[in-house]
Write a protein that binds this ligand. Structure first.
Ligand SMILES: [Zn+2]
Length: 504
């Protein structure tokens, strides 16, 4: 913004505040998103806070913008807290700029949001998102009738059963029930020698036989997990353990649609719409290499036109909006594997993981190279799987965290999937990890976390009351790196000498 522009008259306190925020919004856009705003009027505006990423839907934003003139295009990039509006004329965009800056609107969750607008040369958005489903993935729409859907949903008895016929749990972010074999979340596997009595419910048999006949599956499943997700629920990104289950994993979506995110180790994410009454079939690469998960949120980003029901949510930013989630129940069928997995993805295959003989690196440079190659990269690639195999916190760490005074600031160096970040809600915990994917998982779980190296933690000296670092030190290749890390935590982060470093 040109400050001379405003020097002719005195701004009110509120106007000054809005101006400050508006300028701040333009700086943020440039710094974080590379979006260059301009100080002269154009037809196009970037609307900070008016984005799908902060709960604003197309249906709510468009009428607000249209009050100022004819909107030619409204681009709403997925997961971003801003959008782009192009007006028919510069006059109209100027009206919007003047009247909507600092305007309070109500988002899809009923929260008040203040819009900040800035001019841009062009309303545009480029995102490289693949237009194809992950290889081996298929979504079969309307695989069952509404009557069958109703019957299957009514067949699920969520009341606690005491005879232990099948296992039922209320996990943090969903309800689950297991049939055929109990699923152990500690190791993400099943006890192959201990099938549950009763097997799969008879009611499923007719469908499984039909899907076998129609070729959607080659093996008849012998394990089933029912998950129930309320709006806001989710499941962390994970790969189903290779050694536990055969290639085909199928999941029937009932009650409500949901968007499932598939992530390739290279970082590509493909959001896939699973409509109600559809069958998701994961085989090959999509089953073995890609993680899948459901983000905990109350709204999904979906196609606005409704022309396409299942499959990939495209990056056509002129055609996506938010859809409120409903109660979704999924029936996931798997076949328990009896022989080790011999897939083509050894890096993420627990059956093919090689034991490496211990050796010590010669130099500091060599040590850093080893850490980069064997620790950082591997964690990046296995983050989803790693996270889903790390559920149970160590009891003495839990005890330590619970004993700290309320309000303590605590750093968790090498926080992984954040399993310690939510132990004591009275603490202010910040996690960091070398793996972006693990940090993403923490953020999905609503924890504060950032990416950094434990050898150079960018936290101001004495700013924390306590610090933990669990099962991290053993990843450093040399004794000197281990000592360096330990000293860094102790001296520069923790205020009093309250820290615990441990390794497994
Ligand atoms: Zn495998």
């Amino acid at each position: 913004m040109d400050s001379n522009h405003h020097s002719n008259y005195k701004l009110s306190k509120t106007e000054k505040k809005f101006l400050r925020k508006q300028v701040k919004a333009s700086h943020t856009l440039l710094r974080h998103e590379g979006i260059q705003t301009v100080s002269y009027a154009t037809q196009s505006l970037v609307v900070a806070n008016g984005g799908l990423g902060n709960g604003m839907s197309r249906n709510q934003l468009l009428p607000v913008l249209e009050k100022c003139g004819l909107v030619d295009a409204l681009l709403m990039p997925p997961n971003k807290p801003y959008s782009f509006a192009r007006y028919k004329t510069t006059e109209e965009s100027k009206t919007a700029y003047v009247t909507l800056n600092g305007k309070e609107v109500v988002d899809d969750l009923g929260r008040k949001i203040i819009l900040y607008l800035n001019f841009v040369e062009k309303a545009q958005w480029k995102e490289l998102r693949p237009q194809a489903l992950p290889p081996g993935l298929m979504v079969v729409e309307e695989i069952i009738s509404s009557e069958d859907e109703k019957m299957l949903l009514e067949s699920v008895d969520w009341t606690e059963d005491t005879d232990n016929q099948n296992s039922q749990k209320s996990l943090k972010h969903r309800r689950v029930k297991h049939f055929g074999y109990e699923f152990h979340y500690e190791n993400n596997s099943v006890d192959k020698d201990k099938p549950l009595s009763g097997g799969l419910p008879d009611i499923c048999d007719r469908f499984l036989e039909k899907w076998l006949r129609e070729g959607y599956i080659k093996h008849k499943p012998d394990q089933m997990t029912i998950n129930q997700y309320e709006p806001g629920h989710g499941i962390p990104a994970h790969i189903d353990t290779h050694s536990a289950f055969e290639d085909e994993i199928i999941s029937l979506s009932l009650g409500s649609e949901i968007v499932m995110d598939f992530k390739h180790p290279d970082g590509i994410t493909v959001p896939v719409m699973l409509p109600r009454r559809s069958l998701l079939v994961m085989t090959g690469e999509s089953r073995y290499l890609w993680t899948h998960g459901i983000t905990c949120r109350k709204f999904d980003t979906v196609q606005a036109s409704g022309s396409q029901k299942s499959g990939i949510i495209t990056s056509d930013v002129g055609d996506i909006t938010l859809s409120k989630r409903g109660l979704r129940t999924s029936f996931t069928f798997r076949k328990v594997r009896q022989t080790p997995c011999n897939c083509s993805y050894p890096l993420v295959c627990d059956s093919q993981r090689k034991e490496t003989p211990p050796s010590f690196p010669e130099s500091d440079k060599e040590a850093s190279r080893l850490e980069q190659e064997y620790v950082h990269q591997v964690y990046e690639e296995i983050a989803g799987h790693f996270s889903s195999t790390r559920h149970t916190p160590w009891p003495h760490i839990v005890e330590f965290l619970k004993a700290l005074p309320n309000g303590s600031i605590v750093a968790d160096i090498g926080c992984g999937n954040g399993k310690y970040l939510g132990i004591n809600k009275e603490l202010y915990m910040i996690g960091c990890d070398r793996s972006q994917n693990l940090v993403d998982i923490c953020r999905e779980r609503q924890f504060q976390a950032f990416v950094c190296d434990a050898l150079a933690v960018p936290v101001r000296s004495g700013s924390c009351d306590a610090c933990i670092s669990i099962a991290v030190i053993h990843h450093f290749a040399t004794a000197s790196h281990r000592i360096l890390a330990g000293r860094d935590f102790e001296i520069s982060i923790s205020r009093p000498l309250e820290y615990t470093v441990s390794s497994d």
